[in-house]
Structure formats: structure tokens, C-alpha cells
Ligand binder design. Structure first.
Ligand code: FAD
Length: 411
């Protein structure tokens, strides 16, 4: 019982998709998935919860309901890895052996790296779409704000869904615009980075919305401190770290926390010098331990950390793991695809789709959908199609939108 052909760490977007992908290729494979939580979140929905479009309950299901049939759920947290012994250690010092291991524990939200933030989240006008329980509070604040100052922040990269900090701003501004109160609200975006979006093709269309919403852009400013009671946010200047902090008052603050690899990953023998899981960016196979694969937000491949990326990675991992087991004859290649539907107003999305090196990878011909322009079709995709594609496609191993390139290997 304490040994399985395949062990998967984490039943999030990546873990459940890989389990299903493996089962759809190889129904008899003995798989166990290790996950301590009872619930599984559809995090891409949280932007729309904060924008008053989805209910929070639309974005959560029980882990039991998303794990595929005939996959064993080990309800525990993984504490350590012993890759030379083909073994992991779970809470309580139980060990589990594997022939192949898939690691996908997601990313850690470092709320405590911003002084005073944790204490005031959910009150004093301080919120974040990065937490299931707080995204509804974002919408409460947006509905109630009629005048004053709204501040939106973005931490250092890498983060999951790099567009989400500004999506929160656009959705809020769109509501204020339509309510006719935007002229009485001062909107500020403080980004630790130096650009609005990392792939330049999308910036001009985003800038049109920055102008429409008369939002002020403050680059290279990192949120380091929040005083909830006084309603003051403090920023470090990236270029002048020793200069006095820049302080600003707010009526509403949407904060996105700094992010890092989970602690048990960071200290493990399977990571690179920065603490991310060290994989080949094309095959997603571990660079030192060939019987380990990884995907999702915790890997060191330079793709955009999104569920869309995990959707493309899962069949690559399933294919290449089965190649290692002698079941599959071709290797699959991941091209770095990730996607970020930038919700610039209710009803329109700028659909950023790109791979390694910022190469644009549109999933539709541009005459149908030009991702660099705001589009109603892309909003429809985000609101109506992507949730069922996630729950019924990706999590069930039906890979409608995720056919990886394969490379024939002569054995
Ligand atoms: P997760 O889905 O986070 O799952 C990780 C799992 O590992 C969790 O179940 C966790 O409990 C488990 N785990 C953690 N520690 C352990 C342990 N010690 N042992 C065992 N299991 C453990 N993506 C998009 O594609 N489009 C979007 O529009 C989008 N918008 C987003 C908006 C917001 C506000 C947020 C927060 C995210 C958004 N994302 C979006 C990103 C997307 O949700 C993630 O990239 C995706 O969930 C990553 O999948 P994952 O499997 O790596 O991690």
C-alpha cells in the first residue's frame, strides 16, 4: 500500500490533469495522488469573482470529486523528497515509494513579506483576488466606493497569472466608469516591475484602457508595508532601495503578495539554485532524476505560470512519463504555451497567448480572434467556455485543446 507505480504531489490544476491524462492513456496504471486539502480551486475564476461576475462557489469543488476514479487519494501533505531512494516522506514521517513521481504543488503566497498586510486583509478596505475568501470582498469594496483613492499593486516576478493584478484594476474601473463615479476616484497602479505587461504586443491595447480609466502607472515601486487602520500603503523604490519609502493613502487597496516556491520544495534536492523544480523546459522531465517529472507553477521553466500552461503541460508529462515506462514510443514537447485573458472591461478581453521567449501562440486564426485587440469573443471564452474546458476537459483527461507536438525517438 505504501508503494505506487506513479505518485503525484498536489491535486491542483496540474496534478488532477496529469492523473486523468495518464488514466486516459493507461487505465490500469496504479496512481496515487497526495493532497492535504479537502477542496480544489478554479483560481482563474477569482478575477471574475472580484469583478462581480462569478460567485465564489462557482470556483470550488471537493478534491474527492475531481480526483479520477481508480486513483488513490492520500490525504496528507508531503514534507520531504528522497529521490535516490525513490521515496517521499509525508506528514507524520510516513514514507511512500514510487517508480515515477510527478511534482506539482503550486506556488507559495508570501503574505507575510508585506509588513502589516495579513493583519488587515478583509477589512479597512484591503483586499486581494489571490484568496478565495477575499475575492468577494473586492467586489464589496468596488460596489461601495463612490469617491476617493483606489490602489492596485503588483509584486516582483515570477507570480502566477502575471496579468491578474491589473485585471483587478480594469474590472473595478469598468464598474466605476459605468456607474459614473470614475471621475471622483483616483486610480493608482504600483508595479514592482518596469513594464505594464511582459509581452510588448499586448501593451498598446492595454494602454488604451489605462487612458480610458485615467489610471496612474507607478513602475518599480514594491509594496512593503500596509497600515490598515491609518489606510496608508508604503512602497520601496526598486532603483533606490535605501531611499525613504513612498507612502500613499488609500480608500481601497488591492494587494497581490510576493510569491515563491513552497518551503518543502525550496529545501528539497530536486530544485535549482532559486528553489524552483529543475526540469527540462521541453520534456518537463527532471534534469537529474529521470523518473521525476514536474509541471505547474513550481517549475523553473520560463513560461507564464497559468492554468492554461498546466493544461498544455499535463499531456506532455503523461506522454513522457509513459515513454519512460516503455508504453509510449514518441516524446512530447512543451513549447512554453501560457495564456492570460486580460479582462479589460465587463464583456471584453485582451487574450494574451504566448510561449517561450514571448512568441505569440494564438489558438485561433487572427481573423477570428486577434489577441492584441479587446474582443467580445475572448470574453465569451473566458466567462462561458474556459470553466467547462477546465472542469470537464482538462481535469478529466479530455484534451480537446491540448495536443502536444511529439518528436519521434529512435530507440
Ligand atoms: P495549484 O492549482 O495551485 O495546485 C497546487 C496543489 O498542491 C494544491 O491543491 C495544494 O493544496 C497542493 N499542495 C501544496 N502543498 C502541498 C504539499 N506539501 N503536499 C501535497 N500537496 C500540496 N491561470 C490561467 O490560466 N488563467 C487565468 O486567468 C488565471 N487567473 C488567475 C487569477 C488569480 C487571482 C490566481 C490566484 C491565479 C490565476 N491563474 C490563472 C493561475 C492558475 O490558477 C495557476 O497557474 C494554476 O492553478 C497552477 O496549477 P498548479 O497545479 O501548479 O497549482
Amino acid at each position: 500500500d505504501h508503494s505506487h507505480a506513479v505518485v503525484i504531489v498536489g491535486a491542483g490544476a496540474g496534478g488532477v490533469a496529469v492523473a486523468s491524462s495518464l488514466k486516459s492513456r493507461c487505465p490500469d496504471l496504479d496512481i496515487a495522488i497526495v493532497e492535504p486539502n479537502e477542496v480544489h480551486y478554479y483560481q482563474p475564476g477569482w478575477t471574475l469573482v472580484g469583478g462581480g461576475v462569478f460567485n465564489a462557489n462557482d470556483t470550488v469543488r471537493t478534491v474527492a470529486s475531481v480526483i479520477p476514479n481508480n486513483v488513490k487519494w492520500i490525504k496528507a501533505g508531503v514534507a520531504a523528497f528522497a529521490p535516490k531512494e525513490n521515496m517521499i516522506v509525508v506528514d507524520g514521517c510516513r514514507t511512500i515509494k514510487y517508480e515515477h513521481l510527478v511534482v506539482c504543488p503550486g506556488i507559495k503566497l508570501d503574505w507575510n513579506k508585506v509588513e502589516g498586510l495579513s493583519e488587515t486583509l478583509g477589512e479597512n478596505g484591503v483586499t486581494s483576488n489571490y484568496r478565495f475568501d477575499l475575492a468577494p470582498y473586492t467586489w464589496e469594496l468596488v460596489k461601495n466606493l463612490k469617491k476617493g483613492k483606489a490602489v492596485f499593486t503588483q509584486p516582483p516576478m515570477p507570480i502566477k497569472c502575471a496579468g491578474a493584478p491589473q485585471k483587478a484594476m480594469y474590472m473595478s474601473c469598468d464598474h466605476w466608469f459605468k456607474e459614473g463615479v470614475l471621475n471622483d476616484i483616483n486610480v493608482e497602479f504600483y508595479n514592482t516591475g518596469a513594464v505594464l505587461f511582459g509581452v510588448k504586443e499586448y501593451v498598446p491595447a492595454l494602454m488604451e484602457y489605462i487612458k480610458k480609466y485615467h489610471a496612474n502607472l507607478n513602475f518599480e515601486h514594491q509594496l512593503v508595508k500596509v497600515d490598515g487602520k491609518a489606510k496608508v500603503a508604503s512602497f520601496k523604490k526598486v532603483a533606490e532601495p535605501d531611499a525613504p519609502l513612498v507612502e500613499t493613502e488609500f480608500d481601497m487597496l488591492h494587494a497581490v503578495p510576493p510569491q515563491s516556491p513552497p518551503d518543502f520544495i525550496k529545501v528539497s534536492p530536486i530544485v535549482d539554485a532559486n528553489g524552483w523544480i529543475d526540469v527540462d523546459q521541453s520534456t518537463l522531465q527532471h534534469k537529474s532524476f529521470p523518473n521525476i517529472f514536474a509541471l505547474g507553477d513550481a517549475i523553473n521553466a520560463p513560461n507564464a505560470k497559468t492554468a492554461a500552461a498546466a493544461r498544455m503541460q499535463a499531456p506532455v508529462v503523461a506522454n513522457n512519463l509513459l515513454y519512460e515506462r516503455g508504453v509510449q514510443t514518441d516524446k512530447a514537447i512543451y513549447n512554453g504555451y501560457g495564456s492570460c485573458p486580460l479582462t479589460v472591461e465587463r464583456g471584453k478581453v485582451i487574450l494574451a497567448e504566448f510561449g517561450y521567449g514571448g512568441k505569440i501562440l494564438n489558438s485561433m486564426p487572427t481573423w477570428v480572434l486577434d489577441g492584441t485587440k479587446p474582443s467580445r469573443l475572448a470574453w465569451y471564452l473566458k466567462e462561458k467556455l474556459l470553466p467547462p474546458i477546465y472542469w470537464e476537459g482538462m481535469l478529466k483527461g479530455r484534451e480537446w485543446l491540448a495536443k502536444p507536438e511529439t518528436q519521434h525517438i529512435n530507440k
